[in-house]
Design a binder for this molecule. Structure first.
Ligand code: ATP
Length: 386
């Protein structure tokens, strides 16, 4: 379908989803990640010696340059790559731009960027990793205070909720020597997210708004479409998300996460890459690939429909409960008995408590039927995220 070869920095679960979408569209991918057999490489054989995957780190400038020699377009499946090395690559298109990747890597810089462009962001301030600085932030923003690592954060692993000042040393110990910032505690009623596709020609289009359900900072469930009595909410959220994505350079699929307040107000919490429910046409991962190929015609075609394919759908993350794969396999087996459910396992070599091991998508002809199908899966879990 496309004559461009796409190089991907990172070969984890999102790379695996890209690889699956790429094979359906007959797009060649070359993956850069450590090891021969990570989640993405498992599902994608090299198409030729020239297109063999690279065993190396996506933070290693030499390996990034080597990848660039094999492909026409470079992209990322994880934001924690060496963005400076990417910026120095010649002879390849890079999407999103290395500037965007660098900005997204630093949650404080990202918030400052979005705020300066007029996007709705709740209060935050930079803090030093000292007791005095954190106490000053708590005085300004109040308690509880959300302390966050500026870099290398995912699944809430760089977050610490400071409920009392006496926890400050614990917070510093937990967040280590990483650069920090503080956010005012947001008493949201719901969390929502919008995926936005941006083509190389700059066209920006939002997917339907989804509701995300987090437990202990980790996303467990996603529902689409958003059900609400507020007739303006979906469009408002999509406009906020599209406006936010317009402030970044380069093509790609961006996820914009938001807090919904009691009065209907919305705050952007962040805009990294995001999740997929595989219920849109074409899939978000396919679209991510297509926006990264350079033919304008091709991109124009594929920034087309973002409509849902089904009336109601959900995504349940399969999160490791222990070092054993037994629970993951048991939940997957239950899912195979549920109509409309599809299991997506990531092929990770080891299971760990709290590790994302896969996800299950469920589609249904109505919300009521979706809940019935989902209930079968939730009852197979030791504790429900709802
Ligand atoms: P992920 O990798 O899942 O996107 P992350 O590590 O980047 O997560 P955040 O998205 O910053 O972490 O926060 C994770 C969750 O913590 C949010 O979805 C929300 O439930 C809660 N949270 C984050 N910031 C705040 C805040 N300022 N006030 C209240 N709750 C918050």
């Amino acid at each position: 379908m496309a004559d461009k070869v796409v190089g991907v920095l990172g070969g984890g679960q999102l790379g695996r989803m890209l690889a699956a979408a790429a094979s359906l569209l007959n797009i060649k991918l070359v993956i850069l990640d450590v090891g021969e057999n990570g989640p993405a490489k498992q599902v994608l054989a090299p198409t030729s010696p020239q297109h063999s995957h690279i065993d190396g780190s996506f933070t290693d400038p030499a390996r990034i340059r080597e990848l660039a020699t094999k492909v026409d377009v470079l992209t990322v499946e994880i934001e924690h790559v060496d963005a400076d090395a990417l910026a120095q690559v010649d002879g390849c298109d890079i999407h999103p731009s290395p500037n965007t990747i660098k900005l997204i890597q630093d949650k404080l810089a990202q918030k400052q960027h979005l705020q300066s462009r007029g996007c709705p962001i709740s209060d935050f301030i930079p803090v030093d990793s000292t007791v005095q600085s954190i106490h000053a932030a708590a005085k300004e923003l109040g308690l509880p205070l959300m302390l966050k690592s500026r870099t290398l954060a995912y699944d809430g692993r760089g977050n610490f909720v400071l409920r009392e000042l006496s926890q400050t040393q614990d917070a510093l110990a937990a967040l280590g020597n990483r650069p920090l910032y503080a956010e005012k505690w947001v008493p949201f009623t719901h969390e929502i997210a919008v995926m936005v596709v941006r083509s190389t020609s700059g066209e920006v289009r939002a997917y339907p708004v989804v509701e995300t359900v987090h437990k202990e900072n980790v996303c467990h469930l996603v529902f689409a479409p958003l059900r609400t009595r507020d007739a303006t909410l979906s469009r408002r959220a999509q406009t906020i998300a599209e406006d936010a994505v317009k402030t970044f350079e380069g093509a790609g699929v961006f996820g914009v996460e938001m807090f919904l307040m009691d009065d209907g107000g919305l705050y952007i919490t962040k805009s990294p890459h995001g999740r997929t429910t595989r219920a849109t046409t074409p899939s978000r991962r396919a679209k991510h690939l297509n926006t990264r190929t350079t033919s304008a015609q091709f991109c124009l075609f594929h920034s087309g429909s973002t409509a849902l394919k089904v009336p109601s759908c959900a995504m349940l993350n399969i999160i490791g409960l222990s070092s054993s794969m037994a629970e993951v396999n048991a939940l997957s087996a239950v899912a195979l008995t549920v109509p409309g459910a599809s299991v997506h396992l990531y092929g990770k070599a080891e299971c760990r408590k709290g590790r994302k091991m896969g996800h299950i998508t469920i589609v249904a002809p109505s919300d009521a039927e979706l809940r019935t199908r989902l209930r079968v899966l939730l009852s197979a879990l030791p504790s429900s995220p709802l």
